[in-house]
Ligand binder design. Structure first.
Ligand code: C2E
Ligand code: MG
Ligand code: MG
Ligand code: MG
Length: 285
């Protein structure tokens, strides 16, 4: 709080900054409670193969059912959780949820793969990979049912030991994806040296692919480059079928976006797969 001090002194905070600061403190407190009180939920966004035309899996995305404010989206709290370190606990919770869900799917013979986001802060924690493996083995989930998504900055920071753990997971069947490609450095050396199965093209690349010739040329070049190093490509935030047609022609393997399903809860996802031609699922986009 910016208190009035003696004349001529600097204020550390102005009112706007003070408000923003208080919002962060409040979010952090409320988020700690959210984990304990079961206010967090995992939503699933379908991923569609452009080769087979079938939904082949989903990305797990956090949702927060705030008791007063209602549904809160990750961009309103993940950055705060990243800064405070709370993301490590939240990330563990997400992994636990995904493990339990996939344990049920596996028992039922429903073999869709689920991707989840891993924050660099989670990698800092001792034995992250040990606990991850334990969570999935506790529920008898084969690692071939999961995919870990890392952003480029996480990949850049990762130590050799972390890279070795990622390689080991991959050798045991897990898929590894690089998220948000095209926003950061888009480091090409990293693409070659990292153990990777798929690269996810950032929405900003997809955005103008229809309307802008230059954007199209750039995406085409990136797609060829990624395929050249042997990775599959997932295009994110595909919002209409014209974009999907263009991306298919360019060689993109998989699409994810509102055109094929917004993030939805597990029940809706299962219903969507069971009655694939059925009515649109209720989304929690
Ligand atoms: P992301 O991993 O890149 O996830 C994709 C985001 O794009 C999701 O936003 C998704 O809802 C959104 N999206 C999907 N289709 C479309 C579309 O057609 N158009 C547009 N404009 N957007 C689309 P969401 O769910 O709000 O998540 C935002 C970010 O929050 C994620 O980006 C990820 O970085 C982070 N996040 C979400 N869940 C987790 C989590 O469990 N752990 C960590 N560490 N981060 C998470
Ligand atoms: Mg992601
Ligand atoms: Mg992304
Ligand atoms: Mg992202």
């Amino acid at each position: 709080r910016a208190k009035a001090r003696g004349g001529g002194q600097h204020c550390l905070f102005n009112d706007d900054l003070a408000t923003e600061y208080n919002d962060k403190i409040e979010t952090e407190r409320a988020l700690t409670e959210a984990v304990q009180q079961g206010q967090l939920q995992v939503a699933l966004q379908p991923q569609l193969s452009l080769v087979t035309g079938e939904i082949v899996g989903a990305e797990a995305l956090l949702r927060w059912n705030h008791p007063r404010e209602g549904l809160r989206m990750p961009n309103t709290f993940i950055p705060i959780a990243e800064r405070t370190g709370l993301i490590a606990e939240i990330g563990d919770w997400v992994i636990g949820e995904v493990a339990m869900m996939l344990g049920n799917w596996h028992r039922e013979g429903f073999h869709h793969r689920v991707s989840f986001n891993v924050s660099p802060r989670q990698l800092d924690r001792a034995d992250f990979f040990g606990r991850l493996r334990q969570a999935f083995s506790d529920h008898n989930v084969p690692l071939s049912m999961i995919e870990l998504e890392f952003t480029e900055s996480a990949a850049m920071e990762a130590s050799e030991a972390v890279m070795a753990e990622i390689s080991a997971l991959r050798a045991d069947g897990a898929k590894i994806a690089l998220d948000d490609f095209g926003t950061g450095y888009s480091n090409l050396a990293r693409l070659r040296s990292m153990p990777l199965d798929r690269v996810k093209l950032d929405p900003t690349l997809i955005d103008q692919v229809e309307s802008n010739e230059k954007a199209r040329v750039i995406v085409q070049a990136i797609v060829q480059l990624i395929k050249g190093v042997g990775c599959e490509i997932v295009a994110e935030a595909v919002e209409n079928s014209a974009q999907a047609d263009l991306l298919r022609a360019m060689g993109v393997d998989t699409v994810q976006g509102f055109a094929f399903g917004s993030p939805m809860y597990e029940r809706e996802y299962r219903a969507l797969i069971t009655h694939s031609s059925g009515a649109a699922a209720q989304s929690v986009a």
